[in-house]
Design a protein around this ligand. Structure first.
Ligand code: SAH
Length: 227
């Protein structure tokens, strides 16, 4: 029964469709109950975004994997939690800092209108553009640069996700958040941060919430760590 099901799934959605579905089932069992986010994770072929040699580990939900330049593709569990924390409804413009492999951007692309993603390493930005085109993702634009300055020309953003760990929340990002917008990202020490969610109220205040401990690669730039 399982085999027939697996064959049918794989014929329709590719070689790793079953692995992907199993991964989302494990995430659901572990408490991630946002069905739209789980559907997005079930739709994005992470196996195409990891190095060829690591393809067998693409659907281990807790594993960040190296993507070159000393950077990593975030673990699916992390991407799921951060995406869920943004509470996207479909019409939003989302700013992502740290494109990396393009995985988080591809997941976001399923849940909002437009993703503006910024990556500081030129080689990773170029590769992510190719990967996203190959996945058929059309509503993500990848820019090269220091994301801690945001993207003033595309602001304001309904949601902002920072996927590298910085010492503090970059002020430019807070300024570029729309009223009622949400910012999610890891801030704290090098090597250990707390995942924070900030909400901008209609009155222009910022409410802060700690979602939990986490560990990300460095956010490097004017509003981050020194290179
Ligand atoms: N979202 C990515 C995770 C990549 S890891 C994914 O799903 O694969 C974090 C990325 O942030 C790295 O690629 C790193 O080069 C990038 N980065 C670090 N500081 C940055 C900055 N100031 N602006 C833009 N990108 C930055």
């Amino acid at each position: 029964m399982i085999e027939i099901d697996a064959l049918r799934l794989e014929r329709r959605f590719g070689r790793f469709a079953l692995a992907r579905r199993r991964m989302t089932e494990r995430l659901f069992r572990d408490g991630l109950r946002d069905r739209r986010v789980l559907r997005a994770l079930a739709a994005v072929p992470r196996d195409l975004l990891v190095p060829e040699a690591l393809v067998g580990r693409a659907y281990r939900e807790d594993e960040a994997l190296p993507i070159g330049e000393g950077q990593t593709i975030s673990a699916p569990r992390t991407v799921a939690a951060m995406t869920a924390a943004l509470s996207l409804e479909g019409g939003e413009t989302v700013l992502e800092i740290g494109t990396g492999s393009g995985y988080q951007a591809a997941v976001l692309s399923q849940l909002c209108a437009r993703v503006v993603s910024v990556e500081r390493m030129p080689s990773l930005a170029a590769e992510a553009r190719v990967s996203l085109a190959r996945l058929g993702v059309k509503n993500v634009v990848v820019h090269e640069g220091d994301g801690t300055c945001g993207r003033p020309t595309d602001a304001p953003f309904d949601a902002i996700v920072v996927t590298a760990g910085g010492p503090r929340i970059p002020v430019a990002l807070l300024e570029q958040l729309a009223p009622t917008g949400r910012l999610v990202g890891p801030f704290g020490d090098r090597g250990e941060q707390r995942l924070l969610r900030i909400r901008r109220t209609r009155a222009g205040l910022y409410e802060r919430e700690v979602l939990g401990p986490c560990r990300f690669v460095d956010l490097v730039g004017a509003g981050g760590w020194a290179a």
